[in-house]
Ligand binder design. Structure first.
Ligand code: TXA
Ligand code: MG
Length: 312
């Protein structure tokens, strides 16, 4: 792995793209100080240029050099949760250029904990701009195999399946404390830790593509179905459906993935499961809705963005 990491860092230095594992999902990395490298990244991802991208670092010290006016809460969150699945949006310093911020005055910063990501970031010794390693708007990649074949990348570092399985929690600290994207680290955990209320975004919050209504979506239309309506929906739609559910497989359905009843285990499995069902070539993916309780917030967020509005 050491020589692969060294090679990957060289590819980044030469302006190339490297896919690498993080504990949340795989990232598609480019040198955050190079306009050309980041332009290649956006082209490979098929992402509109005005969308900002998260910049990754080995340490909080490196990350904070890209920010200015760092509030004490940001330092507290960084001390406690970094390295880990948390992204902080802060006012940018001169090091965070328009091509990583989408022209906004803020920058998204993250220090991932995955040992391979850490090794790469240490070896590269700079900021690595990295969105999730999937085409814009589609299901994120949680294994190296998901990345290969979908994207035009010079080099893929394989670090095994991502442990968290869904993207980092994003907290905006540019004015107050705002949750832009829920994740493994929950709003409740942050509120308890900081002893402050974490707000929801409003129209003045920074733009973020995870906030688009349809995102993280499979090609096959997905429909969220309450547990008590699953049986009726299967009866109505017959063999043309694939199902993602908590319950045991139903013999009427050929493609059925049974999901864990615990939210972290569910999140870990979610994108691989959606990709697998997407490949089944069915007309619809029926997704049994998870519970309404707060520990399911991040999973519900991804599922509701992946799913079209129900056709009933
Ligand atoms: O877990 C993750 O965060 C993964 C791994 C690879 O680190 N990355 C990831 O990146 O999910 P991406 O680009 O797919 O999603 C980044 C989100 C987007 O919604 C983006 O718009 C938002 O972060 N973001 C980045 N910089 C921002 C900024 N300055 N202000 C507001 N949102 C920002
Ligand atoms: Mg993404």
């Amino acid at each position: 792995m050491n020589s692969e990491v060294r090679h990957a860092a060289q590819v980044l230095r030469a302006g190339g793209l490297v896919a690498f594992p993080t504990e949340t999902v795989y990232g598609l990395g480019a040198d955050a100080s190079s306009a050309e490298a980041v332009a290649r990244l956006y082209a490979a991802k098929g992402r509109p240029a005005e969308h900002p991208v998260i910049v990754h670092f080995a340490t909080a010290e490196g990350a904070f050099a890209f920010a200015r006016e760092i509030p004490p809460e940001a330092r507290k969150l960084a001390d406690h949760f970094w390295p880990g699945p948390l992204t902080l949006v802060l006012k940018r310093s001169g090091l965070a250029k328009d091509f990583v911020t989408g022209g906004q005055d803020s920058v998204g910063l993250r220090v991932p904990s995955h040992p391979v990501a850490q090794a790469l970031l240490r070896e590269f010794d700079g900021g690595v701009a990295a969105p999730s390693a999937n085409r814009f708007g589609t299901v994120s990649a949680t294994t190296a195999a998901h990345v290969v074949g979908e994207m035009d990348v010079e080099f893929v570092l394989d670090g095994g399946p991502s442990e968290v399985g869904i993207e980092s929690t994003i907290v905006d600290l540019t004015s107050g404390i705002v949750l832009l994207r829920p994740g493994r680290i929950s709003r409740e955990e942050i509120e308890k830790f900081l002893q402050v209320e974490v707000k929801n975004p409003d129209s003045s919050s920074p733009r973020h593509s995870g906030g688009l209504e349809r995102h993280y979506a499979p090609k096959t239309p997905a429909v969220l179905v309450p547990p008590h309506e699953l049986d009726r929906e299967i009866a109505k739609r017959g063999a043309a459906v694939a199902v993602l559910a908590f319950s045991k497989p139903d013999e009427r359905v050929d493609y059925w993935i049974r999901m864990p009843g615990e939210p972290q285990a569910y999140a870990r499995k979610l994108y691989a499961a959606l990709r697998e069902l997407d490949g089944a070539g069915c007309a619809t993916i029926l997704v049994e809705s998870p519970p309404e309780s707060t520990e399911w917030t991040a999973v519900r967020d991804r599922l509701s963005r992946a799913a079209a509005s129900p056709a009933f």
